[in-house]
Design a protein around this ligand. Structure first.
Ligand SMILES: NC(=O)C1=CN([C@@H]2O[C@H](COP(=O)(O)OP(=O)(O)OC[C@H]3O[C@@H](n4cnc5c(N)ncnc54)[C@H](OP(=O)(O)O)[C@@H]3O)[C@@H](O)[C@H]2O)C=CC1
Ligand SMILES: O=C(CO)COP(=O)(O)O
Length: 334
């Protein structure tokens, strides 16, 4: 597999395109914004997403979905979850042969609660789906673009597909991919952690310390496991890179978009104002709403998700939800 099409020239799509060129692949990036396409082709940058970092001159970009689709049998989906269905419904109109879909977006669809693999199965007729792989784990675009050491997971119900993606994306200098057959666990881990990254930013915005953050990550992981296991994923998956690993990265790093939005809210902005200051997608907001309703439907106790939901959608002050969390009935840890 020497040619790869990347759908979405945002920060992650661009950084992965650069990685794939490092791995000696020919890459075509599709983006719906002509200015982004021109910037990548002419100046080899994506300034609004990746600052002054230079992209490889070998990366080509196009605004033609058809050109990108015909370029490769491996399609990387790197658009926000909220537009994945739109992009796929456009792909459905022009797809002519089987594709292996590799999703790198981390979110759950609002209203349907769908994971991206479910959206693909919904939108693309089965005869055109070779397989589906979720490529997920602790990996900020800002670090991958400067070739910082990164390890993530290629998860698929088909181990051969996971291995193929592992081979394509791994290199011996800075990017290591593990395989997993727990697709549900991988998709849920990558999506749910964004809610706790928002909460982590809120804690910093309010001036709390590392004790609070450690408790957030640990108790958040427990909530993630409760949801994942009930939906058919494995607890052990969340003990790995897609759970603990990604929680650490996004709860602790200033590069996280979810953390950054939460920080602004902790400092006093409301949701609308904080999102207006972000230039990249903050997946955790919609995923929080989805996970809140999902946990109620499943009858699972998720006090942190409920607290973030109250701040984001019921306009309750972060300090008030924290006070309420601390005042809950005392209980055993497990
Ligand atoms: N950034 C990161 O470090 C990582 C991100 N991810 C995940 O990757 C996904 C993408 O994130 P990221 O790259 O950061 O997001 P960005 O906001 O940087 O980029 C999103 C891209 O999708 C494009 N897009 C938006 N709407 C459409 C549409 N209707 N049709 C086609 N393209 C569209 C945007 O174009 P435009 O700008 O013109 O709107 C933009 O190029 C998210 O799910 C995120 O969680 C996962 C791991 C790491
Ligand atoms: O998932 C990510 C890193 O692993 C990126 O998270 P953010 O979208 O919060 O930046």
């Amino acid at each position: 597999m020497e040619k790869i099409a990347v759908m979405g020239g945002g920060s992650w799509g661009s950084a992965l395109a650069n990685l794939l060129v490092d791995n000696h692949k020919e890459v075509l990036v599709y983006d719906n914004d002509q200015a982004t396409v021109d910037e990548i082709n002419q100046f080899h940058t994506n300034k609004s997403k990746l600052g002054d970092n230079l992209l490889s001159k070998e990366i080509k970009a196009t605004r033609s979905l058809e050109e990108a689709l015909n370029f490769s049998s491996l399609i990387v989906l790197a658009v926000p979850t909220s537009v994945t269905r739109i992009v796929l419904s456009n792909i459905k109109k022009i797809i002519k042969d089987k594709k292996l879909f590799v999703n790198v977006a981390k979110g759950l669809e609002l209203n349907t609660n769908d994971r991206v693999s479910e959206i693909v199965n919904d939108e693309i007729p089965g005869q055109y789906i070779e397989g589906f792989v979720s490529l997920t784990g602790p990996s900020h675009a800002e670090e991958v673009i400067v070739r910082n050491l990164t390890s993530i997971v290629a998860a698929s119900e088909n181990l051969e597909h996971a291995k193929l993606v592992q081979e394509i994306f791994s290199n011996e200098s800075y990017f290591r991919v593990y395989t997993s057959c727990d697709l549900i666990g991988a998709e849920l881990g990558g999506s749910l952690k964004n809610i706790y990254a928002i909460a982590s930013g809120m804690l910093d915005g309010l001036g709390y310390g590392i004790n609070a953050k450690s408790a957030l990550i640990t108790r958040g992981l427990l909530e993630m496991k409760r949801i994942t296991v009930l939906l058919g994923g494995l607890e052990e998956t969340l003990n790995g890179l897609v759970g603990v690993g990604d929680l650490i990265v996004t709860c602790m790093s200033k590069f996280s978009r979810n953390y950054s939005a939460g920080l602004l809210i902790g400092e006093g902005d409301d949701l609308k104002t904080s999102l207006s200051k972000m230039t990249m997608v903050v997946e955790g907001v919609k995923t929080c709403k989805t996970a809140y309703h999902l946990s109620k439907k499943l009858g699972i106790e998720t006090p942190i998700i409920d607290a973030v939901y109250d701040v984001l959608f019921n306009e309750i002050e972060p300090r008030v939800v924290i006070k309420n969390l601390m005042a809950r009935e005392l209980k055993s840890e497990h």
